[in-house]
Design a protein around this ligand. Structure first.
Ligand SMILES: [Zn+2]
Length: 337
């Protein structure tokens, strides 16, 4: 039987159109910034970073002496539900160093690194920050004092093994993470240690306006309160000195990524209209009727809304620019609220 060439051609054309449309609106896969072997005084280190929150930081610290592949580099991907494709984990085969967020945020990357032979060096930033997941805590449970247990309970959030994993929103953890990345890069490429030291100094300078903004927010936040649709910004809010008045039931549901009960949502709405909340921290990356409803309640009550995101926005590659935008929004909100 003869085929109909025109039909076949049309079918191919429409398939190509669909593929292009998908490409523009979905995750485009890992991105790589390539080091410069001619400019690097030592070996260029191949680094894989699991999530975009850390990609720009590692690129800045690596300079000419690191090629950095960031696996989740788009906000089109929900990092909580991420399942890597074969293409996503191909870069792990070549990696000298794998940088993980840890705290069960990116377990898939720990698994991918563990399946590579020879194994790359793995740097778990939550471990650097001294955070443990429940899984680890249970294994080592007997060694824990009661006091440590209480500290741990305070850090619950967002359903990642009981620890709030959004450590890139903590200025202390960010600086600890940067120091650890520099140390690992220098260990892997000792002849480039001076280059990495220069990059670390440049990074500290880049961080200065961010730290200055946090410092001025500490003064503005004294005695002020916030409520949040999600826990993504909690480390920063706590560092600045804001008091979290998010109703407990709502916060627990959001931390477990479950739907809050109608009563929890109503309680949140009453808190917003009752005058006890100075600002509402709103994660724009999570879609849903409940957060939108709460935003509406805040706006009706004249409570300023501060927009934050879990991941680096697609239009802004710089970690510091992203953070500064959020911090300035919070500063404006506190001035208004
Ligand atoms: Zn999260």
């Amino acid at each position: 039987m003869r085929r109909h060439p025109r039909t076949v051609a049309l079918a191919i054309a429409s398939a190509a159109t669909l593929a292009l449309a998908a490409c523009g609106s979905e995750d485009e896969g890992p991105t790589t910034s390539v080091g410069d072997a001619d400019a690097c005084p030592g070996d260029v280190v191949d680094v894989v970073v699991s999530v975009g929150q850390w990609g720009d930081v590692v690129e800045s610290l690596g300079g000419d002496c690191a090629s950095v592949t960031t696996v989740i580099s788009s906000t089109a991907v929900d990092p909580h539900d991420f399942e890597p494709t074969t293409g996503d984990i191909a870069a792990f085969e070549e990696a000298d160093l794998v940088v993980l967020n840890g705290a069960d945020y990116d377990h898939w990357a720990a698994d991918a690194a563990a399946n590579v032979d020879p194994a790359p060096v793995v740097l778990d930033l939550a471990e650097v920050a001294g955070l443990e997941t429940e899984e680890h805590a249970e294994q080592e449970g007997e060694e824990h004092t009661e006091e440590e247990g209480e500290e741990h309970a305070e850090e619950e959030g967002h359903g990642h093994g009981g620890v709030n994993p959004h450590i890139w929103h903590s200025p202390d953890f960010v600086q600890q993470a940067a120091d650890a990345v520099t140390a690992e890069l220098s260990a892997l490429s000792p002849d480039a240690a001076d280059h990495f030291a220069d990059r670390a100094t440049a990074w500290e300078e880049e961080l200065a306006p961010y730290l200055a903004e946090i410092e001025s927010l500490r003064a503005a936040a004294a005695g002020r309160t916030y409520a949040a649709t999600e826990s993504v910004f909690d480390y920063m809010a706590r560092d600045i000195g804001l008091t979290d008045v998010t109703p407990e039931g709502y916060r627990e549901a959001a931390s477990n990524e479950s739907d809050p009960a109608p009563g929890d949502v109503a309680e949140f709405g009453s808190a917003l209209s009752g005058g006890g909340v100075d600002v509402l921290v709103y994660n724009t990356q999570t879609e849903g009727g409940v957060p939108e409803q709460l935003r509406g309640s805040a706006e009706d009550a004249g409570v300023p809304v501060v927009e934050v995101t879990e991941s680096v926005p697609d239009d802004d590659g710089s970690f510091v620019d992203w953070q500064l935008t959020q911090l300035r929004a919070l500063s404006d909100a506190l001035a208004r609220g």
